[in-house]
Design a protein around this ligand. Structure first.
Ligand SMILES: Nc1nc2c(ncn2[C@@H]2O[C@H](COP(=O)(O)OP(=O)(O)OP(=O)(O)O)[C@@H](O)[C@H]2O)c(=O)[nH]1
Ligand SMILES: [Mg+2]
Length: 312
């Protein structure tokens, strides 16, 4: 059972920081690097994160609750529109905002759109610009990118960082912490996230799927754990969990793609996901994957609710 610290210094700070940015700008990777554990799935496909995820950073003198958000983009579906609303409402509730801009891409209309949105909250909430993925570019290019960021808006600070190379990750933590109020810790010592285990399991399956499928399919995928139970009759020193997971696609043709020839692709996905899930749960599992069609679920409010997208 996790407990709150008893040795909290008087000037301890605690509060909320939120990462925003276009899809694929490295928000979740940076979240994981700061928390020091994988709590959010990441992928090279845009729009990987679909709900806000809280990661908790514990330090001697501060505790930062990091809120990783879905990438902001021009919405094309009901899901997209709702994700944007979610991000904007999250912004109003945090102590500091980290705006992620990748060093290897030019600032574009998508970034300016977000900068405008942030302009509306900047009078109340400081915005720190984070130039992410600096390992991907030459040093001169970092300088040029920093200049471009300066021109994009009025930021409290600008920090170049690489989550991949662990370059300046600590600096990001320290800069964000400056803006947290004096407060005892908000979460017990050692808690890294408040995500339910079943959600993390579903996310690990979705991550394995994203690695394998191309084109339009990533956006059509939703994953939900149906059941997760210790198998009865196993010896105490050798438990096994049965994990039943449903994978939803929007069309029958997509179902065929996910399953693959003679089930080969689904098997590969299962093997990959199982490793992550076993590490998370700390026990061997039997992973049972089912692919189902939920027609056009991204556009259907009822189905969004059923698939766990609760925006209320
Ligand atoms: N080289 C390099 N790649 C990175 C770094 N940070 C993230 N990436 C890669 O960039 C891609 C996107 O990373 P994510 O962390 O999933 O991006 P995100 O902003 O959370 O994306 P959404 O959830 O879709 O909004 C992945 O392939 C990551 O491995 C970095 O510091 N260096
Ligand atoms: Mg993400």
């Amino acid at each position: 059972m996790s407990m709150f610290r008893t040795d909290v210094p008087e000037d301890h700070q605690a509060g909320f920081a939120c990462f925003v940015g276009r899809p694929n700008t490295g928000k979740s990777t940076l979240t994981n690097a700061l928390v020091g554990a994988k709590i959010a799935i990441t992928s090279e496909k845009p729009q990987t994160t679909r709900h806000t995820i809280r990661g908790i950073v514990h330090r001697d003198d501060h505790q930062t609750v990091l809120v990783d958000t879905p990438g902001l983009h021009r919405p094309r579906t009901l899901l997209g529109a709702r994700l944007n609303d979610l991000v904007v409402s999250t912004l109003a509730e945090v102590d500091v905002i980290g705006f992620c801009l990748p060093a290897d891409e030019r600032i574009g209309p998508g970034d300016r759109y977000i900068a405008e949105q942030l302009g509306q909250v900047a009078s109340r909430t400081p915005v720190v610009a984070l130039l992410t993925k600096v390992d991907k570019v030459e040093r001169e290019q970092v300088a040029a990118a920093l200049m471009a960021v300066t021109e994009l808006g009025d930021f409290a600070e600008i920090v170049p960082v690489s989550a991949k190379d662990d370059f300046q990750v600590d600096t990001v933590d320290e800069v964000l912490a400056k803006f947290l109020p004096l407060s005892p810790p908000l979460y017990p010592d050692g808690d890294l996230t408040d995500e339910p285990e079943s959600v993390m399991v579903a996310e690990l399956v979705r991550e394995a799927l994203l690695e394998d499928v191309r084109d339009e399919l990533p956006h059509s995928l939703a994953v939900q754990v149906e059941e997760m139970n210790p198998r009865e009759g196993r010896p105490d020193d050798s438990p096994l969990w049965d994990v039943h997971v449903n994978i939803f696609v929007e069309r029958p043709s997509q179902k065929a793609i996910v399953i693959g020839r003679k089930g080969a692709r689904l098997k590969e996905i299962g093997t990959r996901a199982r490793q992550g899930i076993q590490a998370l749960l700390g026990t061997p599992i039997y992973l049972d994957l089912h692919v189902k069609v939920a027609k056009d679920w991204q556009r259907d409010p009822k189905q969004l609710g059923r698939l766990g997208f609760d925006f209320s």
